[in-house]
Design a protein around this ligand. Sequence first.
Ligand code: ASP
Length: 418
Amino acid sequence: MKLKLHWQIFIALVLGLTFGFMSRGMHFEGFVINKVAVFGVVFLRGLRMIIVPLIVSSIISGVTSIGSAKNLGRMGLKTFTYYISTSLFAIIVGLVMVNLIQPGVGAQVGLQAAPEGLAANAQKLGDTLLGIIPTNPLAAMVNSQILPTIFFSLLFGFFITQSPAPYKQQLTDFFQGIFEVMMKLTHFIILFTPIGVFALMSKTIAQTGFDVILPLVAYMATVASALLIHAVVTLPILLYFVAGVNPLAHARAMSAALLTAFSTSSSSATLPLTIECVEENAGASNKTSSFVLPLGATVNMDGTALYECVAAMFIAQVYGIELSFGQQMIVVFTALLASIGAAGIPMAGLVMITVILSAVGLPLEGVGLILAVDRILDMMRTAVNVWSDSSGTVIIAKSEGETGLKVLRSAVSQTGSA
Ligand code: ASP
């Protein structure tokens, strides 16, 4: 019997972890970092290869099937309401936890040098928002600029629906065809996920190890427990009560994507798997998933938003700077913006913290405090980001009256497979 993909990935993850630790104990981490890691790079390049054509074809074919401007507007409104509200819920959980645990008060943590170019990134949020409109859509695609690519694809898809016969049908069929091909290609690349995950995990552990973690345990525990609350309480409540979806069944449907998000630390790289799991296992339509997921992978980052807030508050605590209620509200708001502006790539969230630090006047070097453990927290927050994107898709799919969902509460209790 062939082992299911999510089990293969899970086993690869555990083996990668073990192998990474062994490499540190037995001093062959150089081999892991230089040689084994190559398989991870190959896998990531494969995923990145398909992101742009997958996003373009998926959005255009999705929008053409949504049809009218009215439907599109309704879908857009629901989607953004979901993105913003869940991100705010996440930030608030983070804020409460960091105020309760106070991991930074009296902490003895070493300051590493902040990565170069950090200050330059602090001003970039406004540019990111403006940059959503590409001056040259092809250049945006060629340079993997996801938001402008999405923006153009949405418009292009919409205006296909407004075109006269026979072009409307021809173009709809054409992009539907490309999307089918891209899904087949995605299928193929996904087969290599276990190898990629093994390599990425062992490399991360070989590089990070335990020593850097210890002084920052309280901080990591704060982020991790807040993420956990958001992932296992807040989002499941929405799934269960708003969409009538069984959260456990949904988690099982999404497991391959969640494990991949965890090991790649990239929502964008995980997108092909997220689409596959949401459509094939959770049963949402391509119409909904192609609208909610590509956009969600860059815009909707609950885990990142939460992390931004906790990290900024932690830095303030370490420096002994008391933030007023008003300042904490600025942290909440800028954490939301920073999560929207962050790209779905590894460590994007770390860079965006500078936006918050400068908004409330905290020292930018504070980023150096949390640098060492960012990679590990990145894995967790990325998994939460993808979990929220996928939950949003089934919630919106249900609200659109979709009947094909396989993770419904009733369907699960009927088959008794919960
Ligand atoms: N790595 C995250 C993601 O791709 C973004 C972040 O760094 O927070 O979702």
